[in-house]
Every structure is written in C-alpha cells, then in structure tokens.
Design a protein around this ligand. Structure first.
Ligand SMILES: [Zn+2]
Length: 255
C-alpha cells in the first residue's frame, strides 16, 4: 500500500528547517509519491533541488499560479513556456482563477489560465486547477476549452455536489485534502455519492492541515488523515482508498 500526495509545496519556506526529515517521515509511512505544483519563476529552482534530492519520489509541474498574475504576467508566462520546452513535467499547474485575494487582475488571470490550458494540450499534459471564489469564471473557461485533450485535477475541491459533477464532466478528478476532515467543510456530506475513481488525495502542504492538526503547518504525511476520513465516508478499507487514489493519480499524471 502506498499513498500519493498529488499536491504539496515541499519547497515552501515553512519547511526550511526540517525539509529532509519531514519528507523522510512521510516516506516511512508509505507516502511515496509527491506531485509538486509550481507557483511562479521564483519557485522553479527550489523544485529542481527537491527533484535532485529525491528523484524517485518527486514529480514536478510547471505553471503560473493565479495569485502570481500581476504586471509581470508576460515574462512569467514566457518562463513557463521556456521550462516546458526544456524538459519533462507531469502537469501544467497550478493554474486557474483566484478572486479571493485580489480581483484587479481578473482579466489577466483568465487569459493566463486559458493560455496555459492550451500549453497543456500542446504537450499532452493534464492541468491542475486552483479555484478560489471563482467557480463560475473557471467553468466558463473550461467550457470553452473542453474536449478529449482537456483533463486534470480540480485541486482543493470545496464546492457543491453539482459543482463536483460539473468538474468531472470536464475530465477533472477532484483533489481532496484537509477540508474533507473539517466540521464545517461541507464536502463530507456528499462525497461518498461521487465514485471513488474521480478522487485523488492531496495535502496542499504547508497549508490546510487536516483534523487534528487544523491551523498548524501541514505536512505530506498527513495525507493519511485525509485517506482515513475517506475510508470512513466511503465505508471501504484504508488500503482500498490508498490503492484506488494512487491508481487515479497514475491515470492523470501518466506515472
Ligand atoms: Zn497549491
């Protein structure tokens, strides 16, 4: 049995003091596969360093995060294009629209999202979507881009059952993390009605730690807490959750 954390920012400053020990803690508990989303050009080198240190366990994405879309968007997108042309990545991510922090770059976020979806199609890669306070806006873009060549993960999914079904209709798996363990997280109320084949596990570490670590620094080993919650919700063994969600991650990322 192995677990796959499909979304973890292991290069984050929050891990500066104990990064290696933290990753080894996860490996010991059978969390063996880590998919690493990009933020912007400032995180690229740190991702390569992680990959050099744990080459069998780290799988890198390339992309421009919506909260990093600002006046520099053109040069940041150029960086994404150059890196994608240079070597193999496993997804274009994380990309999307975030209207929670700042709405002033909405149009630029929308264009960057659309442009990066087209890059993913060019390289036959999945996308990993970040969506905050922007379901309608994200779905509008997916509606324009939908097709057999559009697929990926709706990361940190926290919507309604109808939104879950809509995301799945665009060939998206739902990235389920700590929010599923929260008392007021809401998705626990309908998740078991969504076929497990559409679900992947994630932590979004260092953010969004699951119960009983809510509010603290999140780590990849806590993906097991999310798996335990799914085991309870779906009424299947932890082993079955680990197996099916890891298989789903293979189906998306091709590894
Ligand atoms: Zn993230």
């Amino acid at each position: 049995m192995i677990f796959t954390d499909t979304h973890t920012h292991l290069y984050a400053d929050a891990f500066e003091d104990d990064r290696t020990a933290m990753i080894e803690r996860a490996l010991e508990q059978k969390v063996k596969r880590f998919f690493i989303p990009a933020i912007d050009s400032e995180t690229t080198q740190a991702m390569y360093d992680l990959e050099n240190k744990f080459p069998e366990h780290m799988f890198l994405m390339m992309g421009l995060h919506p909260t990093s879309v600002s006046e520099t968007v053109d040069q940041e997108l150029k960086h994404v294009e150059e890196e994608l042309a240079k070597r193999r990545f496993y997804a274009v991510g994380e990309i999307g629209i975030d209207l929670y922090w700042d709405q002033s770059f909405f149009e630029a976020q929308r264009k960057a999202f659309k442009h990066q979806i087209q890059l993913a199609k060019k390289y036959n890669l999945p996308i990993v979507i970040h969506c905050r306070e922007a379901f309608d806006e994200v779905f509008d873009v997916l509606e324009e881009e939908k097709g057999d060549d559009l697929y990926g993960i709706f990361h940190c999914f926290t919507g309604t059952k109808a939104q879950a079904e809509q995301a799945i209709s665009y060939n998206m798996k739902l990235g389920i993390g700590g929010v599923a363990t929260f008392k007021n997280g809401k998705i626990d109320q309908f998740l078991s009605e969504i076929d497990l084949k559409h679900i992947v596990l994630e932590t979004d570490a260092p953010y969004l730690a699951p119960k009983p670590y809510r509010g603290k620094r999140n780590e990849s080993v806590y993906v097991i807490k999310v798996a335990e919650k799914l085991s309870e919700l779906y009424g299947v063994s932890l082993e079955e959750i680990a197996k099916q969600t890891t298989q789903n991650s293979r189906d998306v990322f091709g590894i």
